[in-house]
Design a protein around this ligand. Structure first.
Ligand SMILES: Nc1nc2c(c(=O)[nH]1)N[C@H]1C(S)=C(S)[C@@H](COP(=O)(O)OP(=O)(O)OC[C@H]3O[C@@H](n4cnc5c(=O)[nH]c(N)nc54)[C@H](O)[C@@H]3O)O[C@H]1N2
Ligand SMILES: Nc1nc2c(c(=O)[nH]1)N[C@H]1C(S)=C(S)[C@@H](COP(=O)(O)OP(=O)(O)OC[C@H]3O[C@@H](n4cnc5c(=O)[nH]c(N)nc54)[C@H](O)[C@@H]3O)O[C@H]1N2
Ligand code: SF4
Ligand SMILES: [Mo]
Length: 732
């Protein structure tokens, strides 16, 4: 199976960070051609960090004659490494999109019918404040939750805490990387975090289990993958689909979906039985090795073959390659890991394999991240909430370190055994109707709320159900929360307005300040305006707003080494102070202390497993109406194996519908007939098939995977919403 896109092309592209930006539109080009260069006096360059997805790459927004021109990456930034991805270069499309929300709206018709009246900001805040006060009086402030995604949700988080609720959840936990973070906390005492602490640039062997970097275009991850390829790293990709990463790999293992843990256990079996593990590292830094050794004896490559369809000799060979390159071998922990419900255990199996390779704190493995110390703006202590979302789930998800959006959703559906029932949601920057699976539950929850506020930039599915819609201006028109993230450098980045807000849209910091006034909470927001808020914090960190405005990104001095020395004994933040190959904590909570393989359901006859991934041109559902990015892709396709297409008489490009195991039917979607997927599965990218008719470009373009994800396989350890246990058949 050949790809006409070579390894060299990929390296080139990742170096330039703009996978496929082939459209000639002025706004899409990261670089201008010399002849298009305008007189400098008309050009303004403003620091920003991207909000097209949530990876927060820092860059520069250029305007020319007061109009949008281009966006580029910041050369010092550890997220972008100087280059934005395709989605990022299309950022001005969020500003120019004619479908933007333009003014505050209050619902006049029934929920979901989308009848709204235009109101002033003051009327909108008055309405919200009255409802919030009523909920606080009748049920307690804890019965209001904030669902949020994206850095500027920070201001609403502060508001909610001041109001008296700690129920703040992001889809990036329960519906994305939560199981990964918990698996690494359980094993190493620390999360992987975002951006990932993976030292791919220096890896000599990279192992991708599902994670599809290249289609997942998080800038630094693509750049580092490109560096590894350029340095000649051996790449092993495990994916039922011939992904972009697979096409750059030395070994593609087209695994039967849902059986990855079997492969991981068999790799561990080989590495232990052939004594290929890092003996000194394991002796110094781990606990439970002997128990692990006995535990994996039964998980031979021959056994794994029957589960995974990966041949025993391939399993042995790839395990030996990993060991040979260790500790510069990285079994990538993935990112969107909510697949089959046993996700914490699956990711933990990979974490254990990494421990045997001795790559923690090692070049080419996981580095020790640095982070700038930026104090918050001083405020009185927040009131202590008397209940949380956890009260609705006694004895469950105790190992979840963050709140679950699905937990808040289920706890909003009244039932006698729920002691914390939610009455109000503030939804900031997350399209909760699409990002949480099992939409029927989300709708039931919403219908029981006394207040649903949606803060968004576009008319999305969630805004359609809101009581009040607050139109935020785009990230290019506002100051935002500081970006303080961990990485190889201790950095701070600034987002500031490149242009004034269009229409009657406003930034979230302004909304929160006004709402705090109405709620009598202004003692928590003593700053006069956002510039004062940012400057005080930056001054305490040893810099200033003035410096950030000029530089965009600053790196604070920090000479803490990001690698450990060879044979150094490491202190881990686990109960035992060591890497826990055997987890006492999991055992105490009634879970397998060492991962145990359990089989998942197979698709019924004539059904195929629905696999989901990313379009390299889009971020989730938030960009599929973007006037620039829709020029690159304006609908999705369903990948169907050539043999299956023949059986069903399906042709390339033909529209079909998909029906899932519960009889739910998708919108129409074009077929892509390909050998690049296993016959037992189909694949589509997330983010298309919008049903809000006010999204003129995206409305009913392609199909939405969320509609078909009616069965959720909940991770019993931390509550993640496993989404890949759904099966579809074809309606022609
Ligand atoms: N079915 C299915 N569900 C999934 C996934 C999947 O692949 N399939 N992926 C999961 C993953 S990995 C993640 S991380 C989550 C992502 O979940 P979300 O971040 O909720 O994803 P989006 O659909 O992009 O929704 C973003 C919302 O924010 C709005 N928005 C964009 N910019 C701004 C802004 O500047 N201000 C404000 N106020 N709003 C803004 C957009 O218009 C949109 O309504 O979804 C998870 N859920
Ligand atoms: N362009 C773009 N990039 C993005 C995003 C975006 O919206 N657009 N979103 C970002 C976010 S928030 C996230 S979380 C990441 C998500 O991206 P990743 O974490 O890289 O990937 P996943 O969504 O976990 O996995 C998708 C891949 O898993 C394969 N797969 C499906 N089932 C199985 C299985 O059972 N076993 C194995 N081994 N493989 C399987 C699919 O074929 C597909 O190639 O992407 C990030 N990057
Ligand atoms: S990965 Fe791309 S879309 Fe996401 S923040 Fe970076 S440049 Fe923006
Ligand atoms: Mo995610």
């Amino acid at each position: 199976m050949a790809s006409n896109f070579t390894r060299r092309d990929f390296i080139k592209i990742s170096g330039y960070g703009a996978v496929g930006s082939v459209v000639s539109g002025k706004l899409i080009n990261g670089k201008s051609s010399p002849e298009s260069k305008p007189p400098e006096s008309n050009v303004r360059k403003t620091p920003t960090f991207c909000a097209m997805c949530t990876f927060k790459c820092a860059g520069w927004a250029y305007t020319r004659d007061g109009a949008p021109w281009k966006l580029t990456g910041h050369k010092d930034d550890h997220h972008s490494n100087g280059r934005l991805c395709t989605k990022g270069t299309g950022g001005w499309g969020t500003y120019t999109d004619p479908d933007r929300l333009k003014t505050p709206l209050i619902r006049t018709g029934k929920r979901g019918e989308q009848y709204f009246k235009e109101v002033s900001w003051d009327e909108a805040f008055e309405y919200i404040a009255l409802k919030l006060k009523k909920i606080a009086e009748e049920h307690g402030p804890e019965c209001v939750a904030l669902l949020t995604h994206g850095s500027d949700g920070s201001f609403f988080k502060q508001l909610l805490k001041a109001y008296g609720s700690s129920n703040i959840a992001a889809p990036s936990y329960g519906s994305c990387r939560g199981p990964r973070e918990e698996a690494y906390i359980l094993t190493y005492g620390e999360p992987v975090d975002s951006p990932e602490r993976t030292d791919m640039s220096n890896s000599k062997c990279l192992v991708f289990i599902g994670t599809h970097i290249g289609e997942n275009t998080h800038s630094s991850q693509v750049k580092e993958f490109g560096d590894a390829l350029a340095n000649g790293a051996t790449v092993i990709t495990v994916d039922p689909r011939f992904s972009t990463a697979a096409s750059k790999s030395d070994h593609w293992l087209p695994i039967k979906p849902g059986t990855d843990m079997a492969l991981l256990l068999a790799w561990i079996n080989v590495i232990i039985s052939e004594e290929l593990y890092d003996k000194q590292f394991v002796k110094n830094n781990t606990t439970g090795f002997e128990l692990l050794k006995t535990h994996v004896e039964k998980y031979t490559p021959e056994w794994a073959y029957t589960e995974t369809t990966i041949k025993p000799d391939v399993i042995r060979k790839t395990a030996r390659i990993m060991a040979k390159n260790a500790p510069a071998t990285l079994v990538h922990p993935g990112r969107m890991v909510v697949w089959y419900g046993d996700d914490t255990q699956r990711v933990r199996t990979g974490a254990i394999l990494n421990a045997l390779l001795g790559n923690w704190g090692k070049k080419g493995g996981f580095f020790n991240p640095l982070k700038a110390d930026v104090p918050g703006y001083p405020h009185p202590p927040y009131p202590k909430p008397s209940k949380t979302w956890r009260d609705a789930f006694p004895g469950k998800f105790e190992l979840a370190n963050l709140a679950l959006s699905s937990g808040i959703c289920y706890a909003s559906i009244p039932s006698v055994d729920k002691s914390c029932s939610f009455k109000g949601w503030i939804v900031y920057g997350t399209n909760a109707m699409r990002t949480m699976p099992d939409r029927a539950k989300t709708l039931e929850a919403i219908q029981n709320l006394d207040l649903l506020v949606a803060v968004d930039i576009l008319p999305m599915e969630i805004t359609g159900w809101a009581d009040v819609i607050l139109p935020e201006c785009s990230y290019l028109e506002r100051y935002g929360e500081l970006r303080v993230t961990s990485g190889k450098k201790a950095q701070i980045a600034l987002r500031m307005p490149a242009l004034d807000p269009l229409y009657n849209s406003k930034p979230s910091w302004w909304m929160v300040k006004k709402l705090a006034d109405k709620l009598g909470l202004n003692e928590y927001f003593k700053w006069k305006n956002v510039e004062e808020y940012l400057d005080l914090r930056l001054t305490k960190a040893g810099t200033s707003l003035k410096e950030l405005k000029k530089k965009g990104v600053i790196t604070l001095p920090d000479d803490t080494p990001i690698y450990y020395n060879k044979n150094e004994k490491i202190e881990f933040d686990t109960e035992s102070g060591k890497i826990e190959l055997y987890s006492q904590l999991l055992e105490e909570h009634g879970f397998d202390p060492i991962p145990v393989y359990k089989r998942h359901e197979n698709p019924p006859e004539d059904y195929f497993r629905l696999l989901v991934g990313r379009s390299p041109f889009h971020a989730f559902g938030r960009t599929t109406n973007n006037p620039i990015l829709t020029q690159l892709q304006n609908e999705n396709h369903v990948w169907i194996n050539t043999l299956i297409a023949k059986d069903w008489d399906l042709k390339n490009g033909q529209y079909i519908k998909l029906e899932n195991q519960d009889g739910v039917v998708s919108n129409k979607i074009r077929v892509k007939v390909t050998e690049r997927i296993r016959p037992d599965s189909v694949y589509m990218v997330h983010g298309f098939g919008h049903t809000n008719k006010f999204l003129k470009k995206a409305y009913l373009r392609g199909a939405d995977d969320s509609t078909l994800i009616t069965k959720v396989h909940t991770d019993e350890i931390m509550g993640g919403t496993g989404m890949r246990g759904n099966f579809v058949t074809f309606i022609t």
